[in-house]
Write a protein that binds this ligand. Sequence first.
Ligand code: DGL
Length: 282
Amino acid sequence: MIGVFDSGHGGLTVFRALTMRFPQLPFVYLGDHANVPYGDRPSDEIVALTRSGAEALFRRGCRLVLLGCNTATCVAARTLQKDWLAVSGWPGRNILGIVAPTVEAATQTPWAVTTPQYPQKYNTDTIAVFGTTRTIASHAYPEEIRKRCPKVTVVQQTCPELAAAIERGAHDASLDSLVREGVAALLAQTDGMPPHWAILGCTHYPLVERLFRLHLPDFTRLLSQPQVVADSLEDYLQRHPSYAEGAAAAPPLLLTTGDPTRVNTTARIFWPGAPPFRHLGL
Ligand code: DGL
């Protein structure tokens, strides 16, 4: 069984893409709705909450857990992979994040390559990153992009209200003005120069991808995480088939630390026809 952990609903955009790409594999989703949002929390809290979520999924039999949340990935993935997993008493398990596949796609460089190679060494693209306050403050995207492409300019922009507005099911007009403001603030940083790429670095944002497309210059290519992450997991499972072995197909299971009735109502915004959430205490 493969687990996907998220602070709440946003990871459903990635989860849904994975269940469509791998219908033969059993997936379980855990949304930490009791503690959402993570985007403005202190880092140590995000690390502790993400660790509890990963452990809960390991206890349910997952050997591979994907963090379907940029905030959790930027703040907690490295600490959990390097400092916790090795001594955690969960041997043979792994945790993956969603920054790696996104950076790979934006830089056209494999994650394992951490020193600049030709031709990326001479890449002078501008890459825009939109995300939560904590994702942007972590500088995970600029650091990882510049390791591979030192001449690339990375411009970051928070959209502080946007994830909450999407979850509230806010009307198109308010979502449109939040995206327009975010894009305008970003373009103010580049003196109006259109970026080559825009990373929608929050798993809520694919739901308003069309609005980003509308307000960003036509020249800018959008990076949509659900597809990029599904491509990357396919490649990972080819290289590490043991994580998919012995797993019989089963309908996707959705778990929440919150109140399933309330969570199910909002889940319909993210995934019309989603299976119902069940409660899981951590
Ligand atoms: N969707 C999450 C992300 O990708 C953020 C939501 C939250 O703030 O918890 O960063």
